[in-house]
Design a protein around this ligand. Structure first.
Ligand code: ATP
Ligand code: MG
Length: 244
């Protein structure tokens, strides 16, 4: 599904991803760990083609398609979703307009009709229940005045609506209470059953274990320096990063 080869990325003239290789197969869950500043968020932002992150060399292939000349909108329409480490507030844009418009533009790209109002409300009921999200959020402006944990839940709501082929989750569990971590794990499970692949950045064992990853990677200085299974996350939890 996703094949990254020899990727080198610069931001503001600094190399943030350095000769990185990564393969994510269909329906696989990968955890990305690493010290602060090791390049995890930079990698995720590069995959969604955030224009600040300039690809110097190497390639990112998604479902057989080279992403080098794609825009962030193309990437979203192709079925890649990013939940930001720090989600921005968007004054003037209501949550319901964001959800309807984003899901319908992805559906349009896939030659599907827009959701009808009853279809939208049925999904909304289902997803709000999974996430324990109150419906009055729909009238609020995106992330404006939302607490840290509420922002994370809102991005999970977007993810459920979009049903991406590949979900990139940048610390979905940071600043989130213990019940909300369970809820986020439930949302991940819901999409796993539908075949979504995940690349999840996390520093915390609870979500790492609940997401039952196929692979755990460790980044350092912009590169993946270790890959293993869940036992690698257990070692890091007990001993810290022992690479130096
Ligand atoms: N615009 C920028 N200008 C200069 N340096 C930058 C810029 N953006 C990112 N960096 C640097 O790139 C490195 C990687 O940052 P990144 O945010 O990818 O780390 P991270 O692994 O996600 O860390 P954390 O665990 O703290 O979220 C850091 O040293 C950061 O300071
Ligand atoms: Mg980060």
């Amino acid at each position: 599904m996703l094949d990254i080869k020899n990727l080198v990325v610069k931001v503001d003239n600094k190399i943030v991803v350095n000769n990185l290789n990564l393969h994510i197969g269909n329906s696989e869950t990968h955890i990305l760990m690493g010290k602060n500043g090791s390049g995890k968020s930079s990698l995720l932002n590069t995959i969604i083609k955030n224009p600040k992150y300039l690809i110097e060399s190497g390639s990112i292939i998604f479902d057989g398609c080279d992403l080098s000349d794609k825009s962030v909108c193309d990437i979203a329409r192709m079925g890649i979703f990013l939940s930001f480490q720090n989600s921005p507030a968007i004054a003037g844009l209501s949550v319901s307009v964001l959800l309807k418009n984003s899901v319908n533009s992805v559906r349009e790209a896939n030659q599907q009709k827009p959701l009808t109002a009853p279809e939208y409300f049925k999904l909304l009921d289902e997803y709000c229940e999974i996430l324990s999200v109150p419906k009055d959020w729909m009238k609020r402006q995106v992330n404006l005045g939302f607490s840290g944990g509420e922002k994370k839940k809102l991005s999970m709501l977007e993810m459920l609506f979009l049903q991406p082929k590949l979900a990139l989750l940048d610390e979905p569990d940071s600043g989130v209470d213990v019940d909300a971590v369970n809820i986020i794990a439930k949302a991940i499970d819901y999409l796993k059953i539908k075949g979504t692949s995940f690349l999840i950045v996390s520093h915390y064992p609870k979500l790492i274990f609940l997401s039952h990853p196929n692979f755990v990677h460790v980044m350092k200085d912009g590169n993946v320096i270790q890959t293993g299974d869940i036992t690698l996350a257990e070692q890091i939890e007990q001993k810290g990063f022992t690479d130096e």
